[in-house]
Design a binder for this molecule. Structure first.
Ligand SMILES: Cc1cc2nc3c(=O)[nH]c(=O)nc-3n(C[C@H](O)[C@H](O)[C@H](O)COP(=O)(O)OP(=O)(O)OC[C@H]3O[C@@H](n4cnc5c(N)ncnc54)[C@H](O)[C@@H]3O)c2cc1C
Length: 476
């Protein structure tokens, strides 16, 4: 039997960020992690062949990741994010020239308009066909969002009169790259919630970890928790929550150990939370009723090591095509401090990989190299010295129609049990920032319930310009 103030299950971003916040508030925290390393779906490891640090798959951060960046600031690693200044994204669609989408000086939502108007594949009429949709996004209300959750984004765009060419070229690419599912399988509410920020905030920048992604936060968070008398135990799987009456009093581990805690935080994905609950709990408590209905968006992330630097490109995405495998590409030679100018290490994501027939590693490597050549033809002539394929069963819970309504809040009907994780209702799309915000919400709830209230959560980004005017008083 072990006694702690707070037991946290899961040492991904949500569990560790919550653990650090609670340690800072003076609580003794025990974080339990089933895997042999902390970091969860944003972890890193050393590639056995090259000795380079690789991530589970390449990630981007956004300058509006307020909770995540505040946490990195707390951990002393915020300066290890390399911010892209000159452009938001390069879109690749051969035989046309690549398109650089820039965040310009016009007020939102016009800040990207000059870039969009310069795309030869889209006419002025195509671009203007988004007017009704933009008006809808600017004037969103929580009720309107809720009502759109059951609709697919594709059906909504069609109903709002967006031209088929704009849908194919822009919205199908956006759905895959930012929502992680095809447009016809994406909740309209989830898409609009994200685009309200992308179109309503004029200062977005894209950032990348200059070190391994997990190295931005794992060792520093473990140190912060241990410095406050807490612990992070890896290779330790929680088997079940102990619930006496309607109060969580601790946890049972797989080896039979009992942990007694004044509060418990479950910072695990939905299916793993369902496994932790005692029998009958899912049926009797509405927030838990649909945990097993969340479906995954699986990824295949590929890393290719070349014998030279291939060119100046750092980050780009291929435009949607029916047979497209990889969307986002990264050359770590222009991102990572340890690789700068040494040789190209290309990372790429096959998003929502279930849409493809089964492919073995050799076929994935070959196809990824072929798609890399669409933007970096030099890759056809360089020597590929090593490759790694990471198959990830769930990158995020998929934002399918109906899924927004399934996202629970941090506070549960069971006293002493609080939830964290990217999939909670945070007002944000499922992402690292949603995980960090959920962690802050959970930590605030625990501090309040244990009698030491404090403010930890950072506010959501504020929409600006015409969006702020048109939507005044509509969204909280
Ligand atoms: C390839 C890839 C690319 C991505 N790209 C981006 C991106 O560009 N930008 C972005 O913002 N987000 C991106 N994401 C999503 C982001 O990584 C996740 O949203 C975030 O890491 C989720 O953190 P979390 O703490 O909520 O969950 P997790 O990281 O899943 O953490 C949960 C932890 O709980 C542990 N656990 C589960 N059950 C138990 C148990 N019973 N006992 C003990 N431990 C348990 C798990 O092992 C895990 O470590 C990407 C994800 C992937 C995989």
């Amino acid at each position: 039997m072990e006694n702690v103030d707070v037991a946290i299950v899961g040492a991904g971003i949500a569990g560790l960020a919550c653990g650090v916040a609670l340690s800072d508030a003076g609580f003794r925290v025990l974080v339990l992690e089933a895997a042999d390393t902390p970091g969860g779906r944003a972890r890193s490891w050393t590639d056995a062949t090259t000795g380079d640090r690789v991530d589970i798959g390449p990630h981007i951060l956004l300058s509006e990741y307020r909770n995540m960046l505040a946490w990195l600031e707390r951990l002393g690693t915020a300066s290890q994010v390399r911010w892209q200044r000159e452009r938001f994204l390069t879109l690749v669609d051969p035989p046309h020239a690549p398109v650089a989408v820039r965040v310009g000086r016009l007020p939102p939502p016009l800040h990207m308009l000059p870039s969009m108007l310069a795309i030869p594949q889209l006419s002025l009429r195509d671009t203007l066909s988004n007017a009704r949709l933009m008006w809808r996004i600017a004037r969103l209300t929580p009720q309107a969002l809720q009502a759109l959750d059951g609709t697919t984004a594709e059906a909504l765009l069609r109903a709002d009169g967006v031209s088929p060419r704009y849908v194919d070229w822009f919205w199908r690419t956006a759905a895959m790259t930012v929502m992680n599912v095809p447009l016809n399988a994406c909740s309209a509410a989830a898409l609009l919630q994200l685009f309200r920020y992308l179109m309503g905030v004029g200062s977005y920048r894209v950032g990348f970890a200059r070190v391994g992604l997990g190295d931005l936060y794992v060792p520093q968070a473990v140190r912060a928790i241990e410095a406050a008398g807490g612990r992070v135990r890896t290779s330790t799987q929680a088997a079940s929550l102990r619930i006496d009456g309607d109060r969580a009093t601790g946890l049972r581990l797989h080896d039979g150990t009992e942990i007694r805690a004044r509060a418990c935080v479950a910072a695990v994905p939905p299916a793993e939370l369902a496994d932790l609950l005692p029998p009958g709990c899912e049926a009797s408590h509405p927030p838990f009723a649909r945990l097993r209905d969340f479906a995954p968006s699986p990824y295949v992330s590929t890393y290719l090591w070349f014998d030279r630097v291939l060119g100046p490109a750092r980050f780009w995405s291929n435009v949607w095509a029916p047979d497209r495998l990889n969307y986002d590409f990264y050359d770590l030679a222009h991102i990572r401090d340890d690789l700068v100018d040494r040789r190209s290490v290309i990372a790429a994501n096959i998003i929502y990989s279930d849409r493809l027939p089964p492919l073995d590693d050799a076929a994935i490597i070959e196809a990824t190299r072929r798609e890399l050549c669409l933007h970096v033809p030099e890759a056809a002539h360089a020597r590929l010295v090593h490759a790694a394929v990471h198959r990830i069963p769930m990158a995020i819970p998929a934002p399918f129609p109906g899924s927004e309504a399934m996202r629970p809040v941090a506070v549960t009907p069971i006293d002493g049990l609080v939830l964290a994780g990217d999939w909670l209702q945070t007002g944000l799309p499922v992402s690292m920032e949603s995980a960090a915000r959920a962690a802050a919400l959970a930590a605030e709830a625990v501090c309040t319930s244990l009698g030491r209230p404090r403010t930890i959560v950072k506010p959501l980004p504020r929409v600006e310009g015409l969006f702020a005017l048109a939507g005044r008083g509509r969204m909280p």
